[in-house]
Design a protein around this ligand. Sequence first.
Ligand SMILES: [Zn+2]
Length: 223
Amino acid sequence: MTAEQRSKLWAFARGDIAETPFEKWFLAQDDLESPLGEDLHWSLASADYRDRDVVWKLRKSLAQHLGAHEGCECASLRDLAAIPMGGDGLDERVFATIENVRDHGGDLWWLHLSRCSECGQHWMIAQEERIFDEYFLRRINKESAERILEDNWPDEFITYERVLNIGHNFDTPCVFLNAMSGSLAWSAEDLRKARPEITVDEIARLLGVTPKNATRLLRANGS
Ligand SMILES: [Zn+2]
C-alpha cells in the first residue's frame, strides 16, 4: 500500500472524503486486496454506498484495520477535530505524541502550533478550556506550519469568537453551576474587547447563557 493510498483510505474512514468520490477512487485501485485482506476489500468494493448504516460500519472496520498499524492517533482524527478534555481518555492518547511547537501568545491564549513526534503531522490547536472544555485541532501541512513559525497564522482560530463558533458546531457549551463564574466573565470580556459591536444576544449564544446573564457578566466586567 502506498502512502497516498493509505492517506486516502484514512480520509474515508474518518469521514473527510464523501462516499461517491471514495467509491470511484477505490474501484480504480487494483492492488489493495492483499494489504486490506479479502473480506474487507470485498466489502469496500461491493458495498451500497448510499446506505448510511453500511457506510458507518465500513468506516469503522476500515479504521480498525488501519489503526492496528499506527503508532499515534493523527490519521484517525478528522481534518478539523474536537477532543474533549478528560472524558474517555482520547485526549491522553492523542497528546501522548503531539508536542507543542509554538504558542501564539499575547491575547490569543488558546492558540498553539503542535507536531506529532510519531508521524510528523502538524496541528494548529485551539485549547478552549473555559466554555467547552475541548481542544479543537486543524490538520495543517508543512507549508502552513512554516508560515506559522514566521508568525503568519491562518484565520480559522484567530479570534475567540471564531473558536466558540467552531465549538458550537461540535457540541453544546458546558453548564456552569455558578452563573457568574470567572470563565464566563472573562470570555464575555474577551469577546467584547475583540469586537466591540458584538451584541449581548450574540455573546449569550456563544457562551450558552441567557441574554440576561450575559448582561450581568458584562456589567461585572465594567463594560
Ligand atoms: Zn501522529
